[in-house]
Design a protein around this ligand. Structure first.
Ligand code: ZN
Ligand code: ZN
Length: 434
């Protein structure tokens, strides 16, 4: 019997981890992330006793954050690619440095993780144990992201990781038609009940609104996730020939430079370079000047205004009726970004561990506030199209819906059952025999 054990990322977004065990007892872990809230932030214990390999879909902390724990006293190959390894290192170092949660690992385990990394190119089949193989396929989510095909005991399991099948400016989309026939699908469900606006319409609205603000003498602050989203916004501005000054700060600036080391991961590296030339990389000294005011647009993390360099700029922007704060990513309930959209009030409590601020903020916004859904996840339509494009080898058609909240995963599984799939939203700790 082949076993699939769900260690996390079930009916939640966070701590994604799946353990696959062959009938000989050889084990492979797909992702090993952390979550950002609650008492237990790591994946559940899955009796990991014969681990042959770990495969990482992408660098986001909800997929990579717990990996160093697996290197406490073992050496196991970590299959990834150079870009994902590099950005994971940056994010993990950051997490270890600033997190108040007592993760049971640190820099030593992170170093061991790095030493055990083996690079696997997409579409190349890699043996990890007897009758046990993995293959990476482009996932279209962020640069370096992959879906993982596991071939074990002559069964084919596809773990999508996070996927996007919509065209973006930074990377090519996932293409399910390039996948072989499979037996089991483990699919993300983040936006399973929702639809995103059409990308091209969204881009045009964002650009028009931005130009309106600038032409009326205002400035625009774009708080954006440092990894991928900030660079996507920069590429969008470049695509529409945006001519005012663009400043890029914090983690967004660092990742912008890192990505330039991996030209093959970008959809069009010449355009990426052109976009990079438009951006002014903000130094600490510049930041001091920019805080007092400037002309143009600033892209700066964090995306939900929970920290990062964006906090330095936000008071000036909020108090200027001519300016705007344009949020470009999903705002989780309870975050300062969400409150700003819902109530037009920015609230931030003092936190000494936060690098950039040492004060309490509660500011009523006088400026324009708007939200643009530049998602990097497939929505309801695209998830269903993805499934339609997949060929199952037999009538069982197993689909496990993971990586989404309770409602997203269970309603997605329910809808798929009605379409004659053997579909379920597993719970953390559950084991399935296939
Ligand atoms: Zn992700
Ligand atoms: Zn994720």
């Amino acid at each position: 019997m082949t076993l699939i054990k769900f260690l996390g990322g079930c009916r939640e977004v966070g701590r994604s981890a799946v353990l696959i065990e062959s009938k000989n007892g050889a084990q492979c872990i797909l992702d090993y992330g952390v979550r950002f809230k609650g008492e237990e932030r790591l994946p559940s214990n899955g009796e990991i006793n014969n681990l042959k390999a770990i495969a990482l879909s992408h660098c986001h902390i909800d997929h990579s954050g717990g990996i160093p724990l697996l290197y406490k006293n073992k050496d196991i190959p970590l299959f990834t690619n150079p870009l994902t390894l590099r950005i994971s290192e940056i994010l993990l170092e950051d997490m270890i440095k600033i997190s108040k949660y007592p993760y049971p690992f640190g820099y030593r385990e992170l170093q061991k993780t790095r030493k055990n990394a083996l690079f696997l190119k997409n579409n190349v089949r890699q043996k990890i144990a007897e009758n046990f193989f993995i293959t990476f396929f482009d996932a279209g989510h962020i640069p370096g992201s992959v879906s993982i095909l596991v071939e074990v005991d002559n069964r084919r399991i596809l773990y999508t990781g996070d996927i996007n099948t919509q065209e973006t400016n930074l990377i090519p989309p996932a293409n399910p038609l390039e996948l072989p026939e499979i037996d089991v699908l483990i699919i993300e469900s983040t936006y399973a009940p929702r639809e995103h606006p059409l990308r091209i319409d969204l881009e045009k609205k964002f650009i028009t609104d931005t130009l309106n603000i600038i032409e009326n003498g205002g400035n625009v602050l774009v708080p954006a996730f440092g990894v991928a989203r900030s660079q996507e916004i920069l590429m969008t501005l470049e695509k529409y020939n945006f001519k005012s000054d663009i400043f890029i700060d914090g983690l967004a600036r660092k990742i912008l430079t890192e990505y330039s080391q991996f030209p093959d991961s970008m959809k069009d590296f010449a355009k990426y370079r052109a976009a990079m030339r438009q951006a002014k990389l903000v130094s600490k000294e510049w930041r001091r000047k920019l805080k007092k005011g400037t002309k143009g647009l600033i892209i700066s993390p964090s995306g939900m205004l929970k920290g990062g360099a964006a906090l330095e700029y936000i008071p000036t922007f909020l108090n200027d009726p001519n300016s705007a704060v344009f949020l470009v990513g999903y705002q989780v309930e309870g975050t300062p970004g969400r409150k700003l959209i819902d109530d037009r009030i920015f609230e931030f409590k003092e936190d000494k561990k936060q690098k950039y601020v040492s004060y309490d903020l509660s500011i009523k916004a006088k400026c324009k506030i708007d939200y643009y859904d530049f998602s990097s996840h497939a929505d309801k339509i695209h998830l269903n199209n993805y499934i339609n494009d997949i060929t199952f080898r037999n009538e069982d058609k197993f689909i496990f819906c993971v990586h989404g909240d309770e409602k997203s995963t269970t309603s997605f599984a329910h809808d798929l059952t009605k379409r004659n799939f053997n579909s379920v939203a597993p719970e953390t700790g559950e084991i399935y025999k296939i």
